[in-house]
Ligand binder design. Structure first.
Ligand code: IPD
Length: 274
């Protein structure tokens, strides 16, 4: 994806009413997008292309992103859009979309993936939605109003003992194997279990829901993590300052953790979280 060019003039902040209408629209939109993805998952016998090493692409990624992009352009034509598959339109108020997070799972017929959509305004994430259509679980957060799964409040785990902890990590060729191996060995030496389920967005939602005690990846793109980071923050977890890096251009390291694991995970990954 090419760099995201910012407009020369600043858009005014969103009013409460404008945010309310985006909040309502997002809940419906992410579920509808999930329905399209799941129908395709059930109908398809597979088929994918490779964008690069370990970087999968299916026809459904493009179709779901087009559906989301078209709907947002109709409802909120003034807003910007950043999508994993179709690039970006500039904006101080911008929708950041991963049409299918966990494409490697989707492509290999593993039913574990999600749709992730965040709304960022003036470099602050205000809304985050992650929908898992396989289990019909909608994770939703609005800044300052907590995090929910299917409308019920969720919170991060209370685990403090590393020997009871299970964290998730993701990795890619964007950071060297040697660096990852160093991080893994520090975490394992502390007695913490590590899993990988191959959808970073859902991995973050599971931290918010207390199903994992932390999620870390040394480089992520904004569409993979913005919604999830808001969920974890709103569910009482500690998160890295992702928006403090040049997220629109480069992405950056991600750490989100239950408070009891945050220190250990920060030390192991070198990513500060508060
Ligand atoms: C990927 C997944 C994976 C993570 C990668 C992401 P995609 O997103 O979230 O778990 O480790 O960094 O790129 O390609 O499935 O949308």
């Amino acid at each position: 994806m090419s760099a995201i060019v910012q407009p020369a003039t600043r858009t005014p902040a969103l009013s409460d009413a404008a945010l309310d209408s985006r909040h309502r629209a997002l809940k419906d939109l992410v579920r509808e997008a999930g329905g399209i993805a799941q129908q395709a998952f059930e109908a398809s016998s597979g088929g994918y292309e490779m964008k690069g090493p370990q970087d999968f692409l299916t026809e459904t990624d493009a179709a779901v992103e087009k559906f989301i992009r078209d709907r947002l352009a109709t409802l909120f034509p003034e807003d910007g859009f950043v999508g994993e598959e179709s690039g970006s339109a500039p904006g101080d108020i911008v929708w950041v979309v991963d049409p299918i997070d966990g494409t490697a799972n989707f492509a290999r017929r593993i039913p574990h993936y999600c749709i992730s959509i965040a709304l960022a305004a003036h470099d602050e994430v205000l809304l985050g939605a992650i929908y898992d259509p396989v289990h019909d679980e909608l994770y939703f957060a609005r800044k300052g109003r907590g995090a929910t799964r299917n409308g019920s409040p969720i919170s991060v785990s209370g685990v403090t003992d590393p020997q009871m902890a299970c964290v998730e990590m993701g990795w890619s060729v964007r950071i060297s194997n040697a660096t990852y191996l160093d991080v893994f060995s520090k975490i394992l030496a502390a007695g913490v279990n590590i899993r990988r389920a191959a959808t970073g967005a859902l991995g973050l939602a599971y931290v918010a829901d207390g199903r994992s005690d932390a999620y870390a990846e040394l480089h992520m793109h904004p569409w993979d993590c913005l919604a999830g980071l808001l969920l974890v923050r709103e569910a009482g977890g500690k998160v890295c300052d992702y928006l403090g890096v040049d997220w629109r251009e480069e992405g950056g390291g991600v750490l989100a953790a239950a408070p009891g694991l945050a220190g250990l995970m920060s030390e192991a990954t070198g990513i500060v979280c508060r």
